[in-house]
Design a protein around this ligand. Structure first.
Ligand code: SF4
Ligand code: SF4
Length: 92
């Protein structure tokens, strides 16, 4: 049971100091989580602290690849609307 940081991470450092198990470490090209150390914060906090502070949607996922902050959850912009806006921007 461990979370993972993926390529969407922007290396902002916000999560690293919050981990109760020092499971998060700087790496290239982005931060990583040591799966042997991550407990998903069980016993320390109600929520995984890294996902609670991460400002990037989709950058932290669970064992099944499911994002803890899925698209739209932080921006409040529905994913379909964002996709339409991006398509429109690209067409100009
Ligand atoms: S879920 Fe908790 S234990 Fe796991 S990396 Fe994130 S902050 Fe650390
Ligand atoms: S808070 Fe998110 S974007 Fe920032 S370093 Fe951690 S995983 Fe990467």
């Amino acid at each position: 049971m461990a979370l993972q940081i993926n390529q969407l991470c922007v290396n902002c450092w916000a999560c690293e100091p919050l981990c109760p198990n020092t499971a998060i470490y700087e790496a290239k090209p982005h931060f990583l989580i040591d799966p042997m150390k991550c407990t998903e914060c069980a016993g320390d906090h109600d929520d995984p602290q890294c996902a609670a502070i991460c400002p990037i949607e989709g950058a932290i996922v669970d064992d099944f690849g499911v994002a803890l902050n899925p698209p739209g959850s932080l921006t409040g912009i529905p994913p379909e609307r964002m996709a339409r806006a991006m398509a429109e921007l690209r067409s100009h």
